[in-house]
Design a protein around this ligand. Sequence first.
Ligand SMILES: Nc1ncnc2c1ncn2[C@@H]1O[C@H](COP(=O)(O)OP(=O)(O)OP(=O)(O)O)[C@@H](O)[C@H]1O
Length: 269
Amino acid sequence: MANVEIAGLTKTYGTFRAVTDFGLSVRDGEFLIFLGPSGCGKTTTLRMLAGFIEPDGGQVTLGGRDITHAPPHRRNIGLVFQNYALFPHLSIFENVAFGLRRRKQPEAEIRKRVTDALELVELGHLGDRLPKQLSGGQQQRVAIARAIAIRPDILLLDEPLSNLDARLRLQVRDELRNLQKTLGITTIMVTHDQEEAMSVGDRLVLMRAGMIEQVGTAQELYYQPANRFVADFIGRTNFLSGAAIGNMFRSAGGCRCAADGIWVRPPRS
Ligand SMILES: Nc1ncnc2c1ncn2[C@@H]1O[C@H](COP(=O)(O)OP(=O)(O)OP(=O)(O)O)[C@@H](O)[C@H]1O
């Protein structure tokens, strides 16, 4: 477990700025969501944190350690991708054991950690199967078990639920949320699904065109949007033109709204 400090992270492809001056503190044990429309830079930012994309500028520290230019395997980060990325020729047990074998853990430790991780995602009885003998939801739970088996400092999830059908999506989403709270692992998840973000995230980072528009809880973004884009993206919002006068709002049609949100239609004269 660790807190993550991100400062001024920037990535440019040619002349196109995919991520600009991204700065944020992720708290120890927090479930943070990167949310925003397609192409806004969520995956690029996550991949810079994972070490797969080299940033052009900025800094990332993990538990106080500068990892900005460290290779992925030196970061102790658990990764879960949209497409599960399981090894098709390895058993479920060996898929989960993979990262531990690479880290040259003793055999007894590997057995214990794989068994524990598979139990946590309720797949302890399926260790001998191959990935193709599992459903999509089960495969994604294996990918989650593999990520947590190495006891990562942080867990990075890139649209982990988007290949699942609607029912499984809800189920795995709730399981993921419970698991994250049980283990207390600092977690960052990318999604473009507002409802998913609002139901699992402690805080949401709403991005647009490579920049952060607002960071806050779902309630803060919903009730105190920083701007029109946030209000539009997060809520089912109707926009009325008008003017704020003290603690009142006067719309072009003559209605007024007090700070408590109660509408008042002025008496006809
Ligand atoms: N290797 C690359 N070369 C050039 N442009 C790229 C490259 N990778 C990403 N981009 C561009 O950077 C921008 C951000 O991409 P990114 O994948 O981070 O967006 P995203 O928010 O994760 O989108 P989505 O929700 O569709 O996955 C996009 O406009 C994309 O086209």
